[in-house]
Design a protein around this ligand. Structure first.
Ligand code: PLP
Length: 312
């Protein structure tokens, strides 16, 4: 790795919020100065893919898995990264290191870019890569983590997988944002969207799990294959618990002993009310607590982490 101060043209402005460092066009800049052109199809058509990884106590968690998912998305969208894929890791490390954040939310993004003469042919566009590191954020706040989130099952259907491949992490969020407003209108704190069959799919930035009689269920159709979801499934298998990946009806979710959601932004987050009604006893359950604990223990496990080197 090169000398970090030499790589950073200008350090992050400590007064800008959120304070952080971005990489763009070969330079490290304050995140507040990172820009996407108004003519970039990533902006105009949501023609982009991205991935989000977090840094916890100065170490990346499952960085390989996030880069792998990102590169698979780039390939499925027939994009070509303007930098060698092997450089992504170093760029992300440098963004975090220069930001100084020991708990960070880190995005890598590939946009379709702009095309000469504003060509409508996506093959003419010059694809762009950007990355940034900002302070860590969670779907659930401290109080919600303690007492459990109150979610609303909306009538909004998640974009069908035949229309947009949900394995490609994308910014097609109008259904998710619409679902959030619907949830707020009905007194919820966040939303669950449905799949085409009226079953539970996922929410704005998270997957969902139901626990009943010691068995876990999580939707599999039309959802992002979340890396936190994968981690939870691995933890369950290690601990001898069964996980069924498949349809999860609204009634099955409402009849759960425990419900939790999973995301890089927050980890394992309990849900204690659905549409204003308590899940079982309106308390964070023991299976959720135990999986959450194992999830955070993995953040000290050399198999999953990669330390960031910060300037002295
Ligand atoms: N589903 C959607 C739509 C998401 O955007 C995300 C993360 O941002 C997730 C699920 C959770 O995925 P992960 O656990 O990889 O963060």
């Amino acid at each position: 790795m090169k000398n970090l101060p030499d790589l950073c043209l200008r350090y992050a402005d400590p007064h800008a919020y959120p304070a952080g460092v971005a990489w763009q066009d070969g330079q490290y800049i304050p995140v507040s100065e990172a820009k996407v052109s108004v003519l970039d199809y990533g902006f105009l058509h949501s023609d982009a893919t991205y991935d989000t990884v977090h840094v916890w106590d100065g170490a990346f968690f499952r960085l390989d898995a996030h880069i792998e998912r990102f590169l698979a998305g780039v390939e499925r969208l027939r994009m070509k990264l303007p930098i060698p894929a092997a450089e992504i890791r170093e760029i992300l490390h440098n963004c975090v290191s220069l930001s100084g954040h020991r708990k960070a939310y880190v995005e890598m993004i590939c946009t379709r870019g702009a095309a000469r003469d504003f060509s409508r042919d996506p093959r003419d566009a010059e694809n762009r890569f950007l990355a940034f590191a900002v302070p860590y954020g969670s779907v659930a706040n401290d109080e919600q983590m303690r007492r459990g989130l109150h979610v609303t099952i909306t009538n909004t259907t998640r974009i069908p997988p035949d229309s947009v491949d949900p394995r490609i992490k994308n910014y097609h969020w109008l259904d998710l944002v619409g679902g959030l407003f619907d949830a707020f209108d009905r007194g919820g704190e966040t939303a669950l969207l449905l799949d085409g069959g009226g079953n539970i799919a996922e929410g704005p930035g998270f997957n969902v799990f139901s626990v009943r009689d010691g068995v876990l269920r999580t939707p599999d159709h039309g959802v992002l294959q979340g890396i936190t979801r994968r981690t939870v499934i691995e933890i369950c298998h290690e601990q001898g618990m069964s996980v069924h990946k498949g349809d999860l009806s609204q009634d099955a979710l409402r009849g759960s002993d425990e419900v939790f959601i999973t995301s890089t932004a927050g980890g394992v987050m309990p849900v204690t009310r659905i549409d204003g009604q308590p899940v079982k006893e309106d308390k964070v359950g023991p299976v959720t607590e135990s999986i959450k604990k194992s999830y955070w223990l993995r953040h000290k496990d050399a198999r999953f982490i990669e330390e960031v080197v910060y300037p002295a």
